[in-house]
Design a protein around this ligand. Structure first.
Ligand code: SF4
Ligand code: SF4
Length: 372
């Protein structure tokens, strides 16, 4: 970690600021997942925002660090590198993350290389979604043979990672009723394959087409989370090692692992007890969401939005609208606390107590063998 980025992190804790954009670049998708929270949008005819509209959005946004592209399947847009370039140039983003279902290996690899070539200082992460071993994955994702295609893409992206220092490849897994029995075995399998730099897990969220897919027994979920932490710790440590030195590296380890435990703890408490978070959600302040059709929201799970076209794609004006201001208050006052990993993670990172007291404390408890 550079001193400049440490300074920025400390300043964000004191003055939370816009730090992450989640941008659904397309509503199109070539999968039909049983757990998809975005499924109502997938048959839309809308092609996604034009490059011109996206450039205007980027030029009217503040600087921020993380661009998370989403969809639909983001790599169905061949102009993804141009979209990233707008945000790199206008907003000085430090990292871009692209989730993919991994079905079209050749075009995914081509796009991954083009984005990695934009700037050696831009950290580029491709997250291949794989939800379990072949039979379970294909059942959940609705594409026969999808597992083999995703694994082929994983191998190809590993090769990209060996060619570009700023590129890394992860697997994302959604925990749901169809796969919770095999999550730990699958996590160990992926780890032993040595194909990935990290493996992340998210409990199924939102309003999927099959409501029954959300029925994961809470006690099992807690046990899964607790077993996942040591598996993920080694990934986090090795990712930290690539970019940091000395004491900062030690602090980063405590912070990353402590935050991971805190995130799981929050997700489990919300999922099983309907609890509220220990800190306010920064949706509408630290994070914003833009849908493929130009609707601007504070998060993916809330349905109030403003249409950016009504503001000539001027993000700053839309972000200051009455609707967004009201939504910001709802998020801050715990009226809709949810299990969304990005929002819990970023809100905790920009909260002094969660970042500098709770995370180290949870790390210590974990190291002496006490759970949460
Ligand atoms: S790949 Fe993503 S967007 Fe497509 S159906 Fe699955 S969860 Fe939904
Ligand atoms: S708590 Fe969840 S649903 Fe509520 S604003 Fe934050 S991310 Fe959205």
């Amino acid at each position: 970690m550079k001193i400049t980025s440490l300074t920025r992190e400390l300043s964000l804790v004191r003055h939370p600021a816009f730090d992450m954009l989640i941008f659904f670049v397309t509503g199109r998708c070539n999968s039909r997942c049983r757990h998809c929270f975005y499924w109502r949008n997938l048959d839309a005819i809308h092609e996604g925002l034009s490059l011109q509209a996206i450039e205007t959005i980027a030029s009217t946004m503040p600087k921020f660090s993380t661009l998370l592209l989403s969809g639909g399947e983001p790599t169905l847009r061949a102009d993804l590198p141009e979209i990233v370039e707008f945000f790199r140039r206008n907003n000085q983003i430090q990292s871009v993350s692209v989730p993919t279902n991994g079905l079209r290996s050749d075009s995914i690899v081509a796009i991954a290389k083009q984005i990695s070539e934009l700037d050696a200082d831009l950290l580029v992460t491709f997250n291949v979604s794989i939800d379990g071993f072949a039979e379970v994955h294909d059942y959940i994702r609705g594409v026969p043979g999808g597992y083999d295609l995703a694994m082929k893409t994983l191998h190809a992206l590993r090769q990209v990672a060996s060619e570009y220092d700023n590129f890394r490849v992860l697997v994302n897994t959604v925990i749901c009723a169809d796969n919770y029995e095999q999550i730990i075995d699958f996590a160990e399998h992926i780890k032993s394959s040595r194909l990935v730099d990290g493996h992340f897990f998210e409990i199924v969220r939102g309003d999927p087409p099959e409501g029954s897919i959300k029925a994961v027994p809470p006690a099992r979920l807690k046990a899964i989370y607790q077993k996942l932490v040591p598996l993920q710790e080694t990934y986090l440590v090795s990712m930290g090692r690539r970019r940091r030195r000395g004491l900062l590296r030690i602090w980063r380890r405590i912070s990353d692992v402590g935050n991971l435990i805190n995130r799981y703890r929050h997700q489990w408490r919300v999922y099983s007890e309907g609890a509220t978070w220990d800190f306010p959600c920064l949706a509408g302040r630290g994070i914003g969401v833009i849908d493929y059709n130009g609707q601007l929201r504070i998060c993916e799970l809330r349905d109030q939005f403003v249409d950016l076209s009504d503001y000539q794609y001027d993000f700053a004006r839309a972000w200051d609208s009455e609707v967004i201001r009201k939504e910001r208050v709802i998020a801050r006052t715990h009226l809709c606390d949810c299990t969304h990993t990005c929002f819990i993670g970023l809100s905790a990172r920009q909260n002094f107590k969660a970042r500098f007291l709770k995370a180290p404390w949870l790390y210590l408890l974990y190291k002496i063998g006490k759970g949460w």
